[in-house]
Design a protein around this ligand. Structure first.
Ligand code: ATP
Ligand code: MG
Length: 392
């Protein structure tokens, strides 16, 4: 029945004279998302509206699923579009539409007509009245409720006429590619993929860095991070994943620094390396999945020490979320099942039994000097040997 979707977008509608940039980005992202489906679509922009029109057979559910991954979309309306061949023709189409969209007719409805084209021979009120009457004649089980209808039938008179009555919620946010790029520290856990999703939702393009510690962490652990990056890329578009070999740095810290400070010092090196890689590729910020108080390395004191090495802004979109709230989001976006696969993490291998929960920055800085004779070389090697994987 449907050959087209009318795409509704929210915030990007109010961006003044830059509006077209946002609309163009949204059109690009919609094309990109629909390309992954079996159908072929033409995506067009018309008078503040975006349409995705099928030019081949397509799978309705698959197309809707794809559109639900496009940030910037607030509503996906499957629409029947017809040429204007007079009111009788329109009424016939609407009756057929109701008949197939709603097999059971025991519900209330309201017609909401709008004319973008004022030369149509009837005004909106007349269309509402007349169409309501024709529907009641055709289906006597229907009833009209102008205040709280079960079904709100939209009829838009434009160059063509749009008929629709359902709006499937989109993810909201801003189209990716309208806000610069950020470097996501992506582990195999639950939190960082959610953090990446949230920043991408605001239009930010993502690059990612994963710290790998072979042979202490396995290829399977790395594969899990690649899988997570693929899941995030469904929303964010392609991601370059930097896989940093972190083993020698971790071993050096383990050998030379007090064990209760291992995690903090290791986190500081992760941030430094991610920032260095981010600078090389034009990122404007770092993103982590940290949440205040979740673990010892995420107390306010620990975050203070970790943050101190960064010159770029660090975005922590789940900072105020409880673990369960993060889990709920990860289930919603589809990363949870992958995140909970049990593979070792480089942080868990060298953790102390009793890590400091209130690290003192002066002491951390002092103890980090134990690494002075080797760290520059190790840092340089880590950057140079970083493997870059393109995730589509
Ligand atoms: P997550 O669920 O995201 O792994 P977590 O609760 O395990 O988080 P930590 O291990 O303290 O918390 O990590 C805090 C943040 O540091 C992560 O959200 C992630 O952004 C980053 N991070 C931790 N380990 C790695 C890693 N091996 N590679 C890349 N980033 C990491
Ligand atoms: Mg983790």
């Amino acid at each position: 029945m449907y050959k087209a979707f009318l795409i509704k977008y929210g915030e990007i509608g109010v961006k003044g004279k830059n509006r077209y940039l946002f609309e163009d980005a949204l059109v690009r992202q919609i094309r990109y998302a629909l390309k992954k489906t079996d159908g072929e679509f033409e995506v067009t922009k018309e008078n503040g509206r975006i349409y995705a029109t099928a030019v081949s057979d397509f799978d309705f559910d698959e197309a809707v699923e794809a559109l639900k991954t496009v940030f910037g979309i607030i509503g996906i309306c499957p629409v029947v579009q017809i040429e204007d061949n007079g009111f009788d023709d329109l009424a016939d189409t609407v009756i057929k539409y109701f008949d197939s969209a709603y097999p059971d007719k025991h519900f209330s409805f309201k017609v909401n007509a709008r004319r973008a084209r004022k030369n149509y021979p009837m005004d909106s009120m007349e269309i509402n009245m007349e169409m309501g009457g024709r529907l009641l004649d055709a289906f006597p089980e229907l009833s009209v409720d102008v205040h709280n209808p079960d079904v709100l039938l939209q009829i838009e008179i434009r160059n063509k006429i749009n008929i629709y009555s359902t709006e499937i919620p989109g993810p909201g946010g801003m189209p990716v590619g309208t806000a610069g790029k950020a470097m996501l520290l992506l582990s195999g856990g639950i939190d960082s993929p959610v953090a990446g999703y949230m920043v991408a939702k605001r239009g930010v393009e993502l690059e990612a860095t994963y710290f790998h510690a072979p042979p202490y962490t396995s290829e399977r652990a790395k594969q899990k991070v690649i899988d997570l990056a693929k899941l995030v890329a469904k929303y964010s578009g392609p991601i370059t994943l930097n896989v940093v070999n972190f083993t020698d740095i971790q071993l050096a810290i383990y050998e030379k620094c007090p064990h209760d400070e291992l995690t903090i010092i290791m986190r500081r090196y992760m941030m430094r390396i991610a920032e260095e890689l981010g600078k090389e590729s034009g990122c404007l910020g770092l993103v982590t999945g940290e949440s205040i108080g979740q673990v010892a390395s995420q107390t306010m004191h620990s975050l203070y020490c970790t943050n101190e090495v960064c010159t770029m802004p660090v975005f922590r979109p789940v900072i105020g979320f409880d673990k369960q709230e993060i889990i709920d989001l990860s289930e919603k976006i589809g990363t949870y099942e992958t995140s909970i696969q049990p593979f070792e993490d480089c942080c868990t291998i060298f953790v102390a039994k009793h890590p400091v929960t209130k690290p003192n920055l002066n002491i951390i800085q002092r103890d980090e000097h134990n690494l002075d004779d080797c760290i520059d070389e190790l840092f340089k090697t880590a950057i140079e040997t970083t493997e870059k994987i393109r995730i589509e």
